[in-house]
Design a protein around this ligand. Structure first.
Ligand code: ADP
Ligand code: ASP
Ligand code: MG
Length: 463
């Protein structure tokens, strides 16, 4: 086991679940933001011979610029955002000792991207994903060269050869069985000979069209590939020294959690802890692969182990926050004593592919929350769904709400849980609360503008 995994007082040893020593290491955007950051990641990789597959995000800021390109009103707007991508890319390229070895590949990628900008019309969804793919395609080539210059035998690998998804652009659904077959065929044999650097976030559908897994999707890519190669551990290297009791940007009281169960960490990711993409733990849980989260800036500062078995299961583990939620209340007096009201409401939402988070009901009304993130189902398909609901009910829509989730263990059956919560929140207008369905969370809604303060106060009260 590597010194990095063992380092730091907080991180316990990983449970060794099988004999395959292979580790998948994923480096996020800030970790590969520039040449010095990439060099720190190279230190981490080279210190641990078990790390064989490396998954990188786009350099920090690049995906945002690419998103801006897809949204720009005209070619001139696209070109101005493209200039930012070029600047970040050249900044790394120019610090390489042997630029000429990757210069042509980088120029080729930039040219391909520049050519796309010239279309005198709005991008199709497929083109948007193609544009977004350049961030990871550029950073993976650059990072492979950083490793090569440190003496590693390394190649970059186009993940689209194995990361098969459906054709839902912007939110491609990975097809696990196909990915396993393609990985065994094209990727696994390479791992015996050299380090492989590949791209997070992107994939390809059956026709070879580029897709993306949704913002922040590189964590998910790493876990999917970890599953496909039968990794012993998946490491997520980021800009915080692990998973904290709440987002450390919200309060300086937040503490790093040394170990946490899959269930608890999955709840945190689902309810907004940005440190992990919400789907990351699904493959890890399926194959029982422990996930380590640590800081590429401070690899020796400990970190968080996420695994099936943990020694401690506190009632309160963490608080997560998801902003920009929408609450929809559907009320239908005509449904008093009539059966099928909820079924009808959920049938409409499901036909429009709208996923619901929290639900509270009374006999003739139901209140539910939807994730209102840009590009989410909400922005695309809520209007037609609302029109259908309005045909038989009164519908009210409230926006600018935040979903706060208290995550822990046995919350549904622990004496005093709601008491301490209400005490901590006595001055707050709680718009809706959900408690009891999951033993791992208790969720409620507050106004967006109050949310940060609520998390801070609640954190102080509970931890
Ligand atoms: P990367 O680019 O490495 O994927 P992200 O920005 O996606 O990094 O995720 C790391 C960020 O997640 C941190 O900087 C932190 O602000 C945020 N975050 C939110 N909740 C938590 C939490 N509970 N613990 C740690 N970080 C959190
Ligand atoms: N580069 C992508 C994003 O910024 C994916 C990731 O970083 O995980 O969303
Ligand atoms: Mg991320």
């Amino acid at each position: 086991m590597s010194n990095l995994q063992n380092s730091g007082a907080a991180a316990p040893l990983s449970p060794v679940l099988n004999q395959n020593p292979l580790i998948v290491a994923k480096f996020g955007g800030t970790s590969v933001a520039d040449f010095p950051a990439m060099s720190r990641c190279a230190d981490i990789v080279l210190a641990d011979p078990s790390i064989k597959l490396i998954v990188v995000s786009a350099s920090s800021g690049v995906t945002n610029l690419l998103v801006d390109i897809t949204k720009a009103a005209d070619v001139a707007g696209r070109v101005s955002h493209y200039a930012g991508v070029e600047r970040i890319t050249y900044n790394v390229l120019q610090q390489l000792q042997q630029q000429h070895l990757v210069g042509a590949a980088i120029e080729q990628l930039l040219l391909e991207l520049k050519t796309l900008l010239n279309a005198e019309r709005a991008f199709t969804d497929a083109e948007k994903d193609l544009v977004l793919s350049f961030g990871e395609r550029l950073s993976s080539v650059l990072f492979a060269q950083v490793l090569a210059e440190r003496g590693a035998a390394v190649s970059s690998f186009d993940v689209r050869r194995v990361m098969r998804t459906d054709s839902r652009f912007g939110k491609g659904e990975p097809q696990i069985d196909v990915i396993a077959t393609l990985t065994a065929q094209y990727l696994l044999p390479l791992l015996n000979q050299q380090l492989i650097v590949t791209q997070g976030f992107i994939g390809a559908d059956a026709k070879g069209q580029t897709t993306t897994l949704g913002r922040g999707g590189s964590d998910y890519s790493a876990a999917i590939l970890g599953e496909a190669v039968g990794a012993r551990v998946v490491q997520i290297w980021t800009d915080v020294v692990g998973i904290f009791t709440t987002d450390p940007r919200l309060t300086s009281d937040a503490r790093c959690i040394a170990e946490i169960s899959f269930d608890e960490a999955a709840e945190m990711a689902t309810f907004g802890a940005k440190v992990l993409h919400p789907a990351t733990l699904i493959p890890a849980m399926r194959q029982n692969i422990p996930v380590f989260v640590g800081s590429s800036r401070e690899p020796d500062a400990g970190g968080t182990w996420i695994s099936k078995q943990v020694d401690t299961k506190p009632s309160y583990r963490a608080i997560a926050l998801r902003k920009a939620q929408t609450l929809i209340t559907v009320k239908s007096p005509a449904m008093l004593h009539a059966a099928g009201f909820l079924a009808r409401v959920f049938d409409i939402l499901s036909r429009h592919q709208i996923s619901v988070d929290l639900v509270t009901t009374s006999e003739i009304s139901v209140a539910l929350t939807l994730d209102d993130a840009p590009g989410s189902a909400f922005s695309n398909s809520i209007e037609p769904a609302l029109a259908e609901l309005k045909a038989f009910s009164e519908v009210t829509v409230e926006q600018d709400l935040s979903l706060i989730a208290v995550i822990g263990n046995h919350l549904h059956s622990t004496r005093g849980v709601t008491g301490s919560l209400f005490q901590a929140l006595e001055k707050i207008n709680m718009r809706l609360i959900c408690h009891g369905a999951s033993r791992h969370n208790l969720c409620f809604l507050v106004q967006d503008q109050e949310a940060a303060t609520v998390v801070k106060e609640l954190h102080q009260a509970l931890f």
